[in-house]
Ligand binder design. Structure first.
Ligand code: NAD
Ligand code: ZN
Length: 359
């Protein structure tokens, strides 16, 4: 078992990583005593795959629990789902001493975390992330929330879980495109913070893609350590935490321009290569380093070029409306070398247009 601490003082918590951990959650929750009983919140697909194992573990430990579900997919990540789940909690008689367990991917984690933040003005919750993306990114750091028609993640709260249980074994069931989504974020961590990790991602590519669990656990632990360190230094994204948006400025524009048909990881792959293009154009990153990043992303099977037909002016429009834009100026996270980045809004418009047009 690997344990990583998210150092947030009295709101700090541990991330536990091990194969088969799902079956040990009941005993651990019993020992921790965070709540007198729990409601497991899951999407329909994950509930079918893993709900039984978790409920058995809770029952075996004598932990009282119910399971409630919502339809799987991003389309469920809206206030109506939160309202429906809150009504179910009320009908079950859930009070302030009870807790929630988020069992699923980032959609489940974001919905359940937000529900925990607002139900009775806040009840305890833990995360059991089951996609690679949720294991390395969304389950750690306390950002919760839902989408509204005007934009993704526009309604939410910072609300930290009390514990994160990562069972690597669940990744065997994950569809390949979902694995790739997570791997884009994994590559992101290496480029912003850890050159040795970048090298090992290159060397271990086959084992990672073949889902060798011991290797994946190392990868997950490394990513969680980096995210934990960044979040502990800047929980509410005033400064350092913004580096986690590497690849996401142009990535989000590409995602939006595709009407969200392009998976997030693919958009981030394209966005990371574009950010390196900006860095080289600005003269702060060596072309050889940028080529290295592009190669790694391509070797994992992620796209590296803005799809043909995505008009640069339209993409620029999305950059301006991005949530992270302040005063109409988008900010970019640009590498200076592999393992180090700067945050800047000082990027020439012509350079942005050149990179967006793929030249
Ligand atoms: P998701 O939760 O929709 O999961 C993807 C699909 O995989 C779903 O259909 C789900 O049912 C299925 N699934 C989950 N685990 C599985 C498994 N082990 N085996 C087989 N199928 C499985 O999507 P996601 O990619 O995990 O998360 C994306 C969401 O995360 C987005 O809404 C995004 O905004 C959010 N996010 C949040 C943060 C944060 O800091 N809170 C960070 C990054 C992303
Ligand atoms: Zn992302």
């Amino acid at each position: 078992m690997k344990t990583i601490r998210v150092g947030l003082g009295d709101r700090g918590y541990d991330i536990l990583i091990a194969e088969g951990l799902l079956s040990g959650v009941g005993e651990d929750l019993k020992a921790k005593g965070f709540a007198k009983r729990y409601v497991v919140v899951s999407d329909t697909r994950v509930a079918e795959l893993f709900g039984g194992r978790l409920m058995d573990s809770l029952a075996a430990a004598g932990v009282r629990a119910d399971l409630i579900t919502f339809p799987h997919g991003e389309a469920s990540k809206h206030l109506g789902t939160v309202a429906g789940l809150a009504s179910q909690l009320a009908a079950l008689g859930v009070d302030r001493k009870d807790g929630l367990i988020a069992l699923g991917g980032g959609v489940t984690g974001d919905i359940t975390g937000f529900l925990a933040a607002v139900y009775m003005r806040g009840i305890p919750f833990v995360q059991i992330p089951t996609t690679l993306l949720a294991q390395v990114d969304s389950s750690v750091g306390g950002k919760t929330g839902v989408d509204i028609p005007e934009g993704k993640n526009l309604v939410g709260a910072f609300y930290q879980p009390l514990r994160v249980y990562i069972d690597s074994g669940v990744l065997h069931e994950l569809p390949s495109d979902e694995l790739l989504n997570g791997l884009a974020e994994v590559i992101k961590y290496s480029v912003i913070r850890d050159p040795d990790f970048f090298v090992s991602l290159r060397e271990q590519r086959q084992a990672i893609l073949a889902r060798e669990l011991s290797v994946l656990e190392e990868v997950i632990a490394r990513c969680c350590s980096i995210k934990a360190e960044v979040v502990a230094a800047d929980e509410r994204e005033a400064d350092l935490r913004r580096i986690l948006n590497f690849g996401h400025t142009i990535g989000h524009a590409v995602e939006a321009a595709s009407d969200y048909t392009l998976p997030h990881g693919m958009a981030v792959g394209i966005g990371m290569v574009a950010a390196c293009g900006l860095a080289v154009g600005k003269g702060i990153m060596a072309k050889a380093d940028a080529d290295g990043v592009r190669e790694l992303i391509a070797d994992y099977g992620l796209p590296v070029a803005i799809p043909a037909g995505f008009a640069p002016q339209r993409l620029k429009g999305f950059l301006k409306t991005d949530k992270k834009t302040v005063g109409g100026r988008p900010f970019f996270v640009l590498p200076t070398k592999i393992g180090a980045v700067v945050i800047t809004d000082d990027v020439d418009e012509l350079l942005v247009e050149r990179v967006l047009s793929g030249s």
